[in-house]
Write a protein that binds this ligand. Structure first.
Ligand SMILES: *Cc1c(COP(=O)(O)O)cnc(C)c1O
Length: 302
């Protein structure tokens, strides 16, 4: 089996029964189904990074994450499938490889886990720190937290190959913005990209501008693209890793109603924003709305 093969990611049609939604065609792009552990957007983001390791004949990937990081798990699983090594730098020196199921699984998959104090973890993106890791592990490709690099963005851009020709609205949860930026770079002016940051007080468009700069180069072009983005900043439920009973109920109800499993860290919040937005629309012409299911069910199921 090919490691990077996305045929399991179907477009699930969601039947909205109220006549209010008669002009809406809602499809969920089920990237959560691609692989049980290299799930969703993490699979998209790792694809070209894994290839790069192979081209450069390195031993594997060194990357960063918190104790419940979907990216660490995805990296551990993808590297194992690809027959390469992985090293995970984990935030929190008090943790061990048995602190929780996520870390246990990473370690079972062969990932070497290194636990660092929070203060030094927070310097992970600084040049001196990166140089230090590169020197210590020269045969490993360094990938930032969340798989957030050039190759990650290009992998996410490819989702367009698997979407219908006409997409009026596309909804996606946002952490580092890599996935949303990849989608934006691959979009045309007919699509509005709806982003739902899961962090509280997150400046989505400012963060996206930073990520888009290497691709679009000048501020005017970046602005042209950013004008197609609509930010839904009121669905973070208190911030990253936070949720309440309303969100849990919402997720359970959607599972029952649409047979759609959502996680409580990312996709539950994004789908909540989508349903709220839909309630406020009154479309007179047919609209195709896509929700990208970015995965996250291993660590965030309810
Ligand atoms: C990591 C993750 C995201 C965030 O994606 P970014 O590219 O960092 O914006 C969204 N959804 C799920 C399920 C994730 O695991």
């Amino acid at each position: 089996m090919e490691l990077f093969e996305s045929s399991k990611s179907i477009l699930q049609e969601i039947k909205l029964d109220s006549s209010k939604f008669k002009n809406i065609r809602l499809l969920v792009k089920r990237d959560d189904l691609i692989h049980p552990e290299v799930s969703g957007n993490k699979w998209r983001k790792l694809k070209y990074n894994i290839e790069l390791v192979q081209f450069q004949k390195k031993d594997g990937i060194l990357t960063f994450g918190g104790a419940y990081s979907n990216h660490l798990l995805a990296t551990a699983a993808a590297c194992q499938l690809a027959g390469m090594k992985s090293i995970g730098i984990v935030r929190g020196e008090e943790l061990t490889a048995t602190s929780n199921d996520n870390l246990k699984r990473c370690s079972e998959l062969g990932m070497e886990l290194l636990f660092v104090p929070r203060e030094s973890y927070d310097e992970r993106n600084e040049k001196s720190c990166q140089e230090g890791w590169k020197e210590a592990y020269p045969s490993f490709l360094l990938i930032p937290e969340g798989g957030s690099n050039y190759y990650g963005l290009v992998g996410c851009q490819e989702i367009w190959k698997e979407l219908p020709d006409q997409v009026d609205h596309l909804f996606v949860a946002q952490g580092t913005t890599t996935t949303s930026c990849g989608l934006l770079v691959g979009s045309n002016e007919n699509t509005t990209l709806h982003v739902v940051p899961v962090l509280k007080g997150f400046d989505s468009t400012a963060e996206m501008r930073k990520q888009l700069f290497p691709f679009l180069i000048d501020e005017e072009t970046i602005t042209e693209y950013i004008n197609r983005v609509e930010v839904h900043s009121e669905s973070h439920f208190g911030g990253y890793g936070k949720w309440n009973q309303e969100l849990i109920d919402f997720i359970q109800d959607r599972k029952a109603e649409f047979d759609l499993p959502l996680d409580k860290i990312y996709t539950g919040k994004a789908f909540y924003a989508l349903m709220n937005w839909l309630e406020q629309q009154d479309f007179q012409t047919p609209q195709t709305v896509i929700f990208l299911h970015t995965g996250g069910l291993q660590n965030g199921s309810v």
